[in-house]
Each structure stands twice: as C-alpha cells, then as structure tokens.
Design a protein around this ligand. Sequence first.
Ligand code: FAD
Length: 317
Amino acid sequence: MSILVYTESEEGTFKKIAQEAVSYAKGIADKMGTHVTAVSINGDESNDLGKYGAEKVLNVYNDKLKKFNAEAYADVIAQAAKKEDAKVVVVSSSANSKYMAPLLAVHLDAGYVPNVTELPESTDPFKVKHSVFTNKAFSITEYKTDIKVVGLAKNAYGVKESEATGTTEGFSPKLSSEDFSVDVVSVDKATDKVTIADAEIVVSGGRGLKGPENWDMIENLAETLGAATACSKPVSDMGWRPHSEHVGQTGKPVAANLYIAIGISGAIQHLAGINASKTKVVINNDPEAPFFKNADYGIVGDAFEVVPKLNEKLKEF
Ligand code: FAD
C-alpha cells in the first residue's frame, strides 16, 4: 500500500504545486506508516521529486498525453493507483486537476474532496479539513470510501524537503479511444511572465488606476517583487488588461502568500477570488473602501504617489 500523488508539469517541468503535493503526500504517508509513489505524465525524467518525499516515481511518456486531457489523465492515474494499491491519491486543486479528479474518483470508486488545507486530522476514520464557500469557511469531511482522492489547496501546506530515494520507473498504461472522446484542440499561453496560478506574490490593479497607460507602475512593482500582475473585472472588461489577468469570482482564483490590491474597492465578487491569499495589502485613497475591512495592511493614499515610492523603497532591499 502506498500514497499516490499526481505531479503536474508544464512542458516537462514540474510545477511548484507538484512539489507541494509530494510534500503533503509524504506528510500523510508518515501518519499512515507507508511511502509515497509519484506519477508523472511526460514530466522531466531527471526529476528531483525524491527531495520532497517520493520513494518512487512512475514516469509515463506518451505523445497522446502531451496536451492535458482530463479523461485520459484520470485513466492513467487510476491505473497507477491500482498498480500501487494506493488507498489515498493526492492531486492539486489546479483548474486541470479539479476537472480531472472527479473522473479519477469514478474510476477508483473513491470519494473526492477538493481544496483540502491541512494534513488529515485522523486517518482512521479518514477526515480532512477543506475550505468551502470561496474560502469563507472550513468544513471537516469524513471519507466513507476505501480509496480517497484528496485535492490539496494551493499554498496551503507549502513545499517541504524530506529525503527519499525518488527511484524512477517507466509505466505504460493502456489507453483506449474512449479516453479521448474529448480532444483539446489547442492551448494558448497568455504570457511568459510569472503566472497568477504559480505566483507567491500578486500585484493587482483596479479602476482606480484610471487607464491602461498607468499600468507601468503596477508592472514595475511586480518586477521588483518577482510577482504576477492581476486586475479587477471592470479593468479587463474595458480592455485595459488581458482577460487572463482578471481575478475574482468570475475570474481566476488567487492563493498567493501576498496579494497587493491597488485602486480596487473590494467588492464581494473580487474578494471571493482572492480570499485564500495569506496576506492582503490594500492601497486606496478612500478610507471607507470596503477592501480595508478585509486587509492585513492598508495604505490610505493616492496610488500614483504611494506605488512609485513603495517600489523605490523595495528596490533597496
Ligand atoms: P471600483 O469599484 O470602481 O473601485 C475603484 C477603487 O479605486 C475605489 O475604491 C477608489 O476609491 C479607488 N481609487 C480611485 N482613485 C484612486 C487613486 N488615485 N489611488 C488609490 N485608489 C484609488 N469583480 C472582480 O474584480 N472580479 C470578479 O470576478 C467579479 N465578478 C463579478 C460577478 C458578478 C456576477 C458581478 C455582478 C460583478 C462582478 N465583479 C467582479 C464586479 C464587482 O462587483 C466590482 O464592480 C468590481 O470588482 C469593481 O472593480 P474595481 O474595484 O476595480 O473598481
């Protein structure tokens, strides 16, 4: 019996959420007195997943799996879980994995809980804490199934190093035409910069910035901090910024360590998407802006004065 973890990669390179998922799986394995097997689909062969606690890495290489396909990936991971007699399968809570994991659970006749934030508080019965209602509340759920699929919330557990062998092994699952009933025609990458999903820090601008010509100061601050840039919905609706930067209830979710909101009022639909961020800093010239009630730190001031000064100061570090 092992804990299986699916490690997401992009163009062969493992994502940070993959390292975090392995670290988390190792935490569960320690509690259950077992080991971690990672399954990688077209990931880097010279991976260092052992560094995060994977005892074994099953490498699947298949040209048909070059593009993410939820049905096919679910089948591959289910076959790996059966091969390893895994009772717990850990996946990330990325958009792709949230699409794939329910299909995986069907293959394994398993229960699936997404957005899990901590190690299980008990493994027999197996109970997990997970965020609900767009991170406004937590729920503890007990699995009633023999196999459990656990969807780890991004940035909830963190990447932890722990020595394991990370022995690699080739794995060739059987795939049928049924696995490809839906075909991903193309995937367009919006930007080469730090993506919102992977970012530790996100600098986000709202309508208070008056126009797209003023985004240099957001870009500059983001560059200083190694951050991704984001925006509120009206900003992308007006075409000031690309839709790929829109965060909130109807945009991308953000679970960064630091979220800096500049000229954003803090409407409930915006907050719904960024609530999972650990520290929120708000810069707004209206002391009554609702965002301040939700912020860890706030600066009441004109963004056009505050942001360049803040950037200059940060560059000194
Ligand atoms: P505003 O509300 O106009 O706020 C601008 C802020 O900038 C103000 O607080 C103002 O005080 C401040 N400001 C102005 N000048 C300065 C200055 N010089 N320096 C500093 N601060 C300044 N919104 C989202 O963001 N994401 C979503 O996913 C989303 N989904 C939605 C879904 C639905 C169904 C609906 C109905 C709405 C949704 N919205 C969403 C829209 C949301 O309700 C708000 O309208 C929107 O978030 C407001 O964007 P904003 O804060 O940029 O603009």
